[in-house]
Design a protein around this ligand. Structure first.
Ligand code: CDV
Length: 312
C-alpha cells in the first residue's frame, strides 16, 4: 500500500482441483505462477484458498495418524513452501495461505497465515467454526471430517497490521457467521481475507446446487457491507478426483458489491485496486459502531450457543 493514497492492489488466486496424486511441489509451482501474474497486474497481496497445498482430504475416511502424515505441515515455511516465501520477498507481494498445521505438541489445526511483503509471517489464524462430523458416514458419497481431523482454533479472530493494512482473516465455514466479521470489524479491520473448499453437494441435507453459490455470495456481500470492509475470498474448486466444489471466488467492496469474480473453475487470478477509504464512509455513517451499537442488548450472543426460550 502506498500510505498516502490508501489503496491496496488486492488479488484472489482461485485454484482448480488438487488431486490426491499431486505433489506439494507441483501445487506450490501453481501458487507461484499465480503470484507472478498477480504482481504483473499490479497486486500487492494475494489470497489463496483453504487447505491450498493438498486435496480437500476431510472428504476421505482415514485415521488421524494417516491424515497427519499425508496432509499436514509440521513447519511453515517448510521445504516445499519456502520457494513461495522467497518469491513473495523477491516480488514484494504479501499473501494469505491456508494449510493443515500439526503443532510441535501434536495438535492439528485448519490454519491460515498472513505473510508480508518481506516474506515474514505476520499473522496466524486457526479455524473456529469446524463443519461436518467425526463419525464414518458409510452411506454417504463422501465424508466431511473436519471435526475428526482438526481441533477448534485457539487464536480467536484477530486483526493484524501487515504492510500498514488492518487485515483480518478466517476460513471457509467461518464466512457464513456474522460474528466472525463483527469481532474483526471491532478491531478496525479494513480487509478480511479467507479461503474456502465448498463441495457442490451437501451430504447433510438436500440443498439445491445453485444455493451453494447463492449462500456463499450473500454471506460475503452482507458481511462486507455491514462492517464497512473489503472481503476477498479464494476457493479451491472444480472436480478433485471426481468430487466437485464450487468456484465463484470474489472480491467484495464495502458497498456489498462484487467487484471481481472468477469465471472458471480453474487456477484464475482476479484483482482490484481496493480503495480503503471506501469503508470509512460506512464506518462513519450507517455503521458508526461507537455511535449506534447497543451491546447491552446483544448479551445473548455470547451467553447462549443454541437457540432457547424467549427472554422473560
Ligand atoms: N470447508 C468448509 O468449511 N466447507 C463448508 C461446507 C462443507 C459446509 C462451507 O461452509 O463451505
Amino acid at each position: 500500500m502506498s500510505s498516502n493514497t490508501r489503496t491496496l492492489g488486492l488479488a484472489v488466486a482461485q485454484m482448480g482441483p488438487v488431486h490426491l496424486a499431486d505433489s506439494r511441489e507441483a501445487v506450490v509451482h501453481r501458487l507461484m505462477e499465480m503470484m507472478r501474474e498477480a504482481k504483473s497486474r499490479g497486486s500487492e497481496f494475494v489470497v489463496y484458498p483453504e487447505l491450498a497445498l493438498t486435496t480437500f482430504f476431510p472428504r476421505y475416511w482415514m485415521s488421524e495418524k494417516e491424515a497427519q502424515e499425508r496432509f499436514f505441515e509440521v513447519s511453515m515455511p517448510g521445504p516445499a513452501t519456502q520457494p513461495l516465501f522467497d518469491l513473495a520477498r523477491e516480488l514484494q507481494v504479501g499473501f494469505y495461505l491456508g494449510y493443515a498445521e500439526l503443532t510441535p505438541e501434536g495438535k492439528p489445526y485448519n490454519t491460515a497465515i498472513i505473510v508480508d511483503r518481506t516474506g515474514r509471517i505476520t499473522g496466524k489464524y486457526r479455524k473456529i467454526h469446524l463443519p461436518g462430523h467425526s463419525d464414518h458416514k458409510t452411506e454417504a458419497p463422501f465424508q466431511h471430517l473436519e471435526k475428526k481431523f482438526f481441533d477448534v482454533g485457539d487464536l480467536g479472530f484477530r486483526v493484524f497490521d501487515t504492510d500498514n493494512i488492518h487485515m483480518g482473516m478466517c476460513l471457509c465455514n467461518d464466512r457464513r457467521w456474522p460474528e466472525t466479521y463483527r469481532v474483526m470489524a471491532l478491531q478496525s479491520a479494513e480487509v478480511v481475507v479467507l479461503g474456502y473448499n465448498t463441495p457442490s453437494q451437501n451430504i447433510h441435507w438436500n440443498e439445491p446446487v445453485h444455493l451453494r453459490t447463492t449462500t456463499h455470495l450473500i454471506s460475503l456481500q452482507a458481511s462486507a457491507y455491514q462492517n464497512g470492509i473489503w472481503v476477498a475470498a479464494a476457493g479451491k474448486c472444480g472436480s478433485e478426483d471426481g468430487f466437485h466444489m464450487i468456484g465463484s471466488s470474489v472480491i467484495v467492496a464495502p458497498t456489498g458489491e462484487i467487484v471481481a469474480r472468477a469465471l472458471t473453475e480453474e487456477d484464475e487470478v482476479i484483482c482490484v485496486k481496493a480503495d480503503l477509504s471506501l469503508g470509512e464512509f460506512f464506518r462513519e455513517h450507517v455503521f458508526n459502531f461507537a455511535k449506534h451499537r447497543r451491546p447491552e442488548h446483544y448479551k445473548l450472543i455470547t451467553e447462549r450457543t443454541g437457540a432457547g426460550e424467549a427472554l422473560a
